[in-house]
Design a protein around this ligand. Structure first.
Ligand SMILES: Cc1cc2nc3c(=O)[nH]c(=O)nc-3n(C[C@H](O)[C@H](O)[C@H](O)COP(=O)(O)OP(=O)(O)OC[C@H]3O[C@@H](n4cnc5c(N)ncnc54)[C@H](O)[C@@H]3O)c2cc1C
Length: 381
């Protein structure tokens, strides 16, 4: 079967590899001049690793699993609010990998023959006819396919075309900065893999180890006006977090502005009525863009890729629409549940004032064992 995958991000590439290995004639169309993933670190949760296993792609990623970490939430000075034993949670539900995005993308796309990839091809629309789909780019048809996987990210044009009544993406009013740098000496294990919360401003700073010698950090704070440049955003965070645990300003300061990534966070205004329209299926952020607070966006995209591969294995042009409905039935309820949970988590960590004070008091009262069980439950999605 001829399958066009639109979008060469983590989700699109994983789906293209899966469908190619399942014996389909795949073409991956990417608007960028090359296939790449920019950015810093990324957390892949146990469910994401299991999906990569199913696609035969977990190998090198799993090796970077993080073990025996004390994860959890702390106040802005680094004092514990909720400490979880991530090692315990991992024993229950499998390991977590924290990897560099560019390396992850390289590892996932490696099995894809170069001849299947068309870069510099921004897809404008799909002309859906009886029995086939025509992909249009640059005002002309560029490909005919029996099915299309739309993995064109949070700002998906194809989602807007297929579901014109859906309101699309909304900004959450939060600003995220991310950076990665060599791990400075003296970062104690208690501060690796944790998030620090400031109940005065609702801001958050998180950090995770990447391999043995690097650190990935991220901030979340109120977005005021237009998203700042990396340089300006870095200055704003230094001023906002000046009196936090000394490691926080130290890490932000030590990251060159060129290595800082800025995102105005968005999410789908509401869940989609379907991930599928006839021979076209949405996948990844195109289907369920969510705030990054649960670290699940890419893991959900990998689950989509594994599911669409499984449902289309052995499928032909005559039964593809029916098979895609099974993909929708499997993935939409699960991914939508995570999308809503990510929004709730974002609200929880960004509280200020009395509500945040109450939250912190409650978090301090939760025993570590219970917190670990909750973490395990969250990962076991
Ligand atoms: C600050 C932040 C931190 C995050 N941290 C994590 C984390 O720790 N763990 C996690 O799992 N997730 C995390 N996420 C979410 C994760 O990055 C995304 O969910 C994931 O990358 C989505 O992959 P995708 O392939 O669906 O979309 P994308 O990666 O956005 O890929 C879409 C691709 O489609 C291409 N494209 C777009 N339009 C067209 C078109 N018309 N024609 C052709 N090509 C097109 C784009 O160029 C791009 O290559 C985070 C997100 C943010 C913002």
């Amino acid at each position: 079967m001829r399958i066009a995958v639109v979008g060469g991000g983590l989700g699109g590439v994983a789906a293209a590899v899966g469908l190619h290995r399942a014996g389909h004639e795949v073409t991956l169309l990417e608007r960028g001049a090359e296939l790449r993933e920019a950015g810093t670190g990324i957390v892949i949760m146990p469910n994401g690793l299991r999906a990569l296993d199913a696609l035969g792609l977990a190998g090198g990623v799993r090796e970077q699993g993080v073990h025996a970490l004390r994860a959890g939430l702390r106040d802005r000075r680094g004092r514990p609010l909720l400490v979880t034993e991530a090692a315990g949670a991992q024993q229950e539900v499998g390991s977590v990998a924290i990897v560099e995005r560019a390396e992850l993308h390289r590892a996932i796309r490696a099995p894809l023959p170069a001849g299947l990839v068309r870069t510099a091809t921004p897809v404008e629309r799909l002309d859906v006819g009886p029995g086939r789909v025509t992909v249009v780019s640059g005002g002309r048809p560029v490909l005919e396919a029996d099915a299309v996987i739309a993995a064109d990210g949070i700002g998906s044009r194809l989602r807007a075309q297929l579901f014109p009544a859906h309101p699309g993406v909304r900004r959450t009013g939060r600003l995220d900065l991310r950076g990665m740098l060599p791990r400075p000496a003296g970062v104690g294990p208690e501060l690796l893999a944790c998030q620090l919360l400031d109940r005065r401003t609702g801001a958050m700073f998180g950090l995770f180890p990447v391999g043995e010698d690097r650190l990935y950090w991220f901030t979340d704070s109120v977005l005021r006006g237009a998203p700042p440049s990396p340089e300006q955003g870095r200055r704003e965070m230094l001023s906002l977090m000046a009196d936090w645990h000394p490691l926080v300003p130290e890490l932000i300061e030590a990251t060159p502005p060129g290595d800082v990534h800025v995102d105005a966070i968005g999410r789908l205004a509401r869940p989609l009525p379907s991930f599928v329209a006839g021979r076209v299926a949405l996948l990844g952020d195109a289907a369920h863009a969510m705030p990054p607070d649960l670290g699940q966006g890419a893991s959900q995209a990998f689950e989509d890729a594994a599911a669409v591969t499984r449902h289309l294995t052995g499928a032909g042009p005559a039964d593809v629409a029916r098979r895609l409905l099974r993909y929708d039935a499997e993935r939409r309820p699960a991914a939508n549940r995570i999308m809503l949970a990510a929004s709730r988590q974002s609200r929880l960590t960004s509280q200020t004032g009395v509500t945040a004070w109450l939250r912190d008091a409650l978090l301090r009262a939760v025993p570590s064992r219970l917190a670990t069980r909750r973490l395990a439950a969250l990962w076991h999605v």
